[in-house]
Every structure is written in C-alpha cells, then in structure tokens.
Design a binder for this molecule. Structure first.
Ligand SMILES: CC(=O)SCCNC(=O)CCNC(=O)[C@H](O)C(C)(C)COP(=O)(O)OP(=O)(O)OC[C@H]1O[C@@H](n2cnc3c(N)ncnc32)[C@H](O)[C@@H]1OP(=O)(O)O
Ligand SMILES: O=C([O-])CC(=O)C(=O)O
Length: 380
C-alpha cells in the first residue's frame, strides 16, 4: 500500500515525512504561551510535507476552527441518541450523518480536500457534543466556539476543561501524536480502502472509526485504564512490583491480553508512549499521581512477564499504555470516551493520505481472495 506522510520503523517507531517525534516537537509551531506542537500544524505538515511557518499554522488553525461548527441536523441526530450508546458508536453516527452535507459528485482532490478539512474540524465539535450529551447536562450548555483559539482549546473548553492549562496542552500533544501511524493500521487502512471506492471523506472516516473502536486497536486506550483501575482496586494505591507481576500473570492466565502492550509492527517501546511519559514527568502534580505511577511501574515489569509468557512478539508498551492515565489525572474520568479523542486525531492522518490518494488517482483497492482449498494447493 502506498502511504506517504508517515512510515513506521519496527525499532525506532514512527517518522512523519522523515522526522521523528522529538524532531517534530522541535520544529512544529505551538500555541501562544504553550510548549506542545499544535495538531493543526501537524495536519498541515502531513498534508504538504512541509513544516508550516507560525503565520501559516495560525491561518490554517483559523480556517479549521471556522469550519468546526456543526449543521443543525447533525446536532439533532447527536442529541437524539440514547445516553447508553457507547461514545464511539455515537461518533460513527455523527460522521455518517454528514453524508449529504459532505458529498460531492466530482471525484477530484479539491472536493476531497474541502471535505477532509471539514471532517477534521467538525470531529472536535462532534466529540465535545457527545461528551456533553452523555456525561453532562446535554449540549445546550456547551460554550460557543472561540474562533481566536485552536481546536484543542475549544474541545477542552466545550467539555468543561478550558481553565486547565495542563489539560489543554495534553490535548494538543495527544492530538498531534495520534494523527498517523503509516497506512496499515486498522483505522487508516479502513479510510484508505473505503475511500478507494470514492466514498466521501465523511463516510470513509466513519468506517475507520468503527475499526478504531475495536479493543485490539484504539479501544485499548480505555481498556488500559480499566486494567489499572482494576489493579488499584485490588492492590491499593502503592503496590509492590511483586504484587503487580502477580496481577499481570493472573490476567494472562485468565486468557486476556495486557492492554497497551504489544504491537503488530513495533519491536521496541513506542516513542509516542515515551513522549506522553515525558509530558507527565515534566509536571510534578502528574508525576505524583498513583495511576500515572502505575503506568511507570507496569513499564518496568510487564515486558519481563510478557517475555516469559512467550507469546507476544513485542513485550513493550504502545501509545495506549500511557495516554489514558494523563487524561484521567486531569479529571477526564469517563474512560469509555478516550477512544473518541483518539478519533479526532486520527482523522488528520487518515484524511491527509485520502487527499493524496485522490491527487494520485489511486485505483479501487480490491485484493484477490483465495479459498482454503486453493491455499492448501499453494503450500503442498
Ligand atoms: C494504537 C494501537 O492500536 S496500538 C495496539 C493497541 N492494542 C493493545 O494494546 C491490545 C494488546 N495487544 C495485542 O492484543 C497485540 O499485541 C496487538 C493486537 C496490538 C498486535 O497483535 P499481533 O500482531 O497479532 O501480535 P503478536 O504477533 O505479537 O501476537 C502473538 C501472540 O501474542 C499474544 N499477545 C500479543 N500482545 C499481547 C499482550 N499485550 N498480552 C498478552 N498476549 C499478547 C497474541 O494475542 C498472540 O496470541 P495467540 O497466538 O494466542 O493468538
Ligand atoms: O500501527 C498500528 O497497527 C496500531 C497503532 O499503533 C496505531 O494505529 O496508532
């Protein structure tokens, strides 16, 4: 599969147009007064292969924020969904219901780009609306979008965390880091596959979110927190490493995976995990949080246990091992919602390539399948 904006090396992790995460952190513009790279700057970079200047980043941010308001009919669809529905299911519906607004007949890159920009921008507002409907008093109390600010600030503000500098910065970093992980991961590949049938970006990304909602992919984000909270309930706030090792074995022996560990391609600790860990370590109040400390203790002992267990090809943490503990620290405790924040971010990588696919006029993706009979003939 062709995938230009990012390439994953099994030892070194992801590079965006050739730059590692620390190199991106070095060159991509931040928000005024902030120190984390802006997701809008990363999206520009993924789309163009060029680092935006401060002015370009600001202009692009304004363009996206301008597009982030939702049409009334989408708001109505979201507001009518039962509160019991998992936030990821609501997210898929929020996107698919954009269909008539987003659909353009012409199959060229210009409408693809237009719709992709809308899709990314609106994903933040859809996510905030789902949060308000499910966990707060409904969407009628949501603050209006502040057009002088970035997407991450507005998302944080709309879900009630606008005053928390740490949370807003975390959302910026989180969104910049999760954008792209080359093309073969389930969500990006799904957007690429569905887009190859010339389905519009909204439909393609709605399908991708269905894949992100699986526990072996994006949902591991929430499962890690469920795992750690379960461990905390059983072992208290300050368990010894021996007790943690016992808990990991108990989980493995019950036939479950250790969420946040292992990877289909990576064979070393995920540099996105390291970037999130560093974010926490830099901030004293986070570093002392018992849940954050458990992430660190797991990192020390889980690779050894998984190696001894002997199944996984990669005993090291992936990005999901750390992300939820930071959201949890800042008070976003509804961990069923975590994969939705992953979904706002992944829209940027998946749809950047979607635009490249349309520019290049790539054909429909249609692998040939073989029956078991035919496969046997190939190997016998
Ligand atoms: C953003 C992301 O999507 S990152 C990934 C998020 N997912 C998770 O963290 C869930 C836990 N991890 C896993 O389930 C896996 O490591 C995956 C899905 C990420 C990768 O799967 P694979 O490429 O099949 O991994 P691998 O080839 O190492 O698997 C070999 C065996 O090890 C097992 N294994 C892999 N990771 C783990 C783990 N964390 N805990 C226990 N067993 C594991 C597999 O289930 C498989 O067992 P099986 O032979 O009985 O089916
Ligand atoms: O690359 C993968 O298969 C999974 C992953 O880490 C991601 O999609 O971010």
């Amino acid at each position: 599969m062709l995938w230009d904006p990012s390439v994953l090396d099994s030892e070194e992790g992801i590079r965006f147009w050739g730059r590692s995460i620390p190199e991106c952190q070095e060159v991509l513009p931040t928000a005024p007064g902030g120190s984390e790279m802006l997701p809008e700057a990363m999206f520009w970079y993924l789309l163009t292969g060029r680092v935006p200047s401060e002015a370009e980043s600001k202009q692009f941010q304004e363009e996206l924020v301008e597009r982030s308001e939702l049409p009334t009919y989408v708001e109505k669809v979201l507001d009518s969904l039962p509160k019991t529905l998992h936030p990821m299911t609501q997210f898929v519906i929020g996107f698919a219901s954009q269909y008539t607004a987003g659909m353009k007949k012409a199959d060229y890159w210009v409408p693809a780009l237009e719709d992709s920009l809308d899709c990314v921008a609106k994903s933040f507002t859809i996510a905030a609306r789902i949060y308000n409907n499910k966990y707060r008093n409904g969407a009628s109390d949501m603050p209006a979008i502040d057009k002088s600010k970035d997407l991450s600030y507005n998302f944080a503000n709309q879900i009630g965390f606008g005053e928390s500098e740490g949370f807003v910065e975390l959302i910026r970093l989180y969104n910049a880091l999760h954008t792209d992980h080359e093309g073969g991961n389930v969500s990006a590949h799904t957007a690429h596959l569905v887009g190859s049938a010339l389905s519009d970006p909204f439909l393609s990304y709605s399908a991708a979110l269905g894949g992100l909602a699986g526990p072996l992919h994006g949902l591991a984000n929430q499962e890690v927190l469920r795992f750690i909270i379960g461990m905390q309930k059983e072992l208290g706030d300050h368990a010894s490493e021996d007790k943690i090792v016992e808990f990991i074995w108990k989980t493995l022996n019950s036939g479950q995976v250790i969420p946040g560990y292992g990877h289909a391609v990576l064979r070393k600790p995920d540099p996105r995990f390291m970037a999130l860990q560093q974010f926490g370590v830099k901030r004293k109040e986070v570093a002392q949080d018992p849940i954050f400390k458990y992430v660190d203790q797991l990192y020390k002992v889980a690779p050894g246990v998984l190696t001894e267990h002997g199944k996984t090809k990669n005993p090291f943490p992936n990005v999901d091992a750390a992300s939820g503990s930071l959201l949890y620290h800042y008070g976003l405790k509804h961990f069923e919602f975590y994969t939705v924040t992953f979904g706002t971010s992944r829209s940027m990588g998946a749809l950047a390539q979607y635009v490249h696919d349309r520019i290049l006029g790539l054909p429909i993706e249609r692998p040939k399948s073989l029956s078991m009979e035919a496969l046997k003939k190939l190997v016998v």
